[in-house]
Design a protein around this ligand. Structure first.
Ligand SMILES: [Fe+2]
Ligand SMILES: [Fe+2]
Length: 206
């Protein structure tokens, strides 16, 4: 229960928890709760919208365990902005399918919540605060155990943009090292946060 939310909002978040627990494995459910908790902390630190952040975080992987064909079919059934190039990358499908699922099956119309689910895998340029919170929360939540996760959790308290840029930069290097395709959206995210973190450093230094 979140003190910042009304009883009705808390009740709604609880009903989403119950709904997703039936749609995924226990492990993925624990991950969803961990991302929700991390998003709550980040929303508090950065002055984000608590309801939108925890809702999108909780639901971000709602379509992850659907059959890939079902994910793609869902994307085709609704008006989410999903480029043809993204349709070639299976790992991005659950984000688009999740964005459709929450609108069609849970009646969520809020554009920030839908956008945060849609962009949580590859990011996108100029993400709003809720989208940034959910993107980062997914990467640094409890259960993530890469070597520098502790550093990234601290970094996220100061700058979500720095964490986004570092994550996407690592993703781009890892893909290029393996001669793999880099999606347009990943490149746009890289360029956008490369520029914004550079601008932040210039203004701090001056
Ligand atoms: Fe995901
Ligand atoms: Fe996730």
């Amino acid at each position: 229960m979140y003190l910042e939310l009304t009883d009705g909002e808390n009740e709604r978040v609880n009903s989403y928890r119950e709904a997703i627990s039936r749609l995924m494995s226990a492990e993925r459910y624990q991950h969803s709760l961990a991302v929700e908790e991390q998003a709550y902390m980040l929303a508090q630190v950065h002055g984000g919208d608590i309801t939108k952040s925890v809702t999108a975080a909780l639901l971000h992987d709602v379509a992850k365990e659907m059959e890939p064909e079902k994910q793609l079919a869902l994307i085709g059934k609704h008006n989410v902005s999903f480029a043809e190039s993204e349709k070639k990358e299976e790992k991005l499908w659950h984000a688009g399918a999740g964005a459709v699922y929450v609108q069609r099956c849970l009646g969520i119309k809020d554009k920030e919540i839908v956008g945060a689910i849609l962009h949580h895998t590859s990011g996108c340029a100029n993400m709003n605060l809720t989208e940034k919170i959910v993107f980062v929360a997914d990467k640094i939540s409890k259960g993530r155990d890469f070597e520098t996760v502790g550093e990234e959790r601290k970094r996220a308290e100061n700058s979500l943009e720095d964490v986004i840029f570092k994550y996407v930069k690592n993703m781009v290097s890892s893909l290029t090292e393996r001669n793999m395709h880099i999606s347009q959206k990943t490149l746009e995210t890289y360029n956008c946060y490369r520029d914004s973190t550079k601008m932040q450093k210039i203004s701090i230094a001056s």
